[in-house]
Design a protein around this ligand. Structure first.
Ligand code: FPP
Length: 254
């Protein structure tokens, strides 16, 4: 197995890693992986070729996150708005988790990675759900990197869903109005139990949140790059981490 994943085994500190102050890496990094379509178009390839390449870059990014000792990596893989895309493209993206896990799950297990998702899981096609559920079950006891895929995820939907869940608990007298504060509200989000992202990266030069983690990103540091997702690399990841280390996080204080 390790022969098949020779590059995934956690290495001794690399030069890249030595350049970073490992005590000050963000605990939770969230990434909006954008630009697959443009990458493909630039190469005269169909859009789905960009998504395929983007899938392999996910694997490299996970390896880098393990090497950098990041605890949580949340990747925006499919939004509730992405269903508006042409059906063949949606189907292609929905098959990527199975492809990805078929190739990379043994390496992820070997590296103690736990896989989870946020978003409306039940709204995914059966073949997507089955592949991911299998990976969740196989990795549930791992306590290394949490690899968290946002799939069929929309932040406004998530917030509205939380309100409905709170109202339903209130109807059942499980919660009273006085008990609802920021911390209790967070428990009704998909990200319950996960710390808010410290760093958000978005590729492809777009500077918007696209309905991603609106509540959770309140005090997150943002980092944008013009690089298209299929060209993202450990080197660019390191640049984001080095820039993050220069930021002064004040959380509204002075
Ligand atoms: C945005 O680029 C990308 C997506 C909507 C799909 C992202 C999916 C992956 C990177 C692969 C995910 C892998 C797994 C394992 C789930 P875009 O198509 O909007 O690019 P464009 O803005 O250039 O058109």
């Amino acid at each position: 197995m390790s022969m098949k994943f020779p590059f995934f085994k956690r290495k001794k500190p690399t030069q890249l890693q030595n350049d970073c102050d490992l005590l000050n890496v963000p605990e939770h990094v969230a990434i909006i992986m954008d630009g697959n379509g443009r990458w493909a178009k630039q190469k005269g390839l169909p859009r789905v070729a960009g998504h395929k390449e983007g899938m392999d870059v996910v694997s490299n990014t996970v390896k880098a996150a393990v090497n950098f000792d990041i605890k949580i990596l949340t990747l925006f893989a499919f939004s509730t708005e992405n269903w508006k895309r042409p059906k063949p493209e949606v189907e292609f993206i929905m098959r990527l988790p199975k492809d990805f896990l078929h190739t990379y799950l043994p390496g992820l297990i070997e590296n103690n990675v736990r896989i989870d998702t946020i978003g409306d899981f039940n709204g995914l096609p059966d073949y997507t759900k089955e592949a991911i559920q299998y990976a969740k079950d196989q990795t549930k006891d791992n306590d290394g990197l949490l690899l968290n895929f946002a799939l069929n995820y929309g932040s406004r939907y998530e917030i509205m869903r939380a309100i409905k869940l709170i109202m339903s608990d209130a109807d059942l007298s499980k919660i009273s109005v006085d008990e609802i504060d920021e911390s209790t509200f967070s428990e009704y989000l998909y990200t319950n139990g996960i710390s808010d992202p410290d760093l958000l990266i978005r590729t492809s030069g777009e500077m918007r949140l696209s309905n991603f983690l609106l509540w959770q990103l309140a005090y997150t540091e943002f980092w944008f790059t013009d690089v298209l997702w299929p060209d993202f690399s450990e080197e660019i990841f390191k640049q984001a981490l080095l820039d993050y280390q220069q930021r002064k996080r004040r959380y509204g204080g002075i």
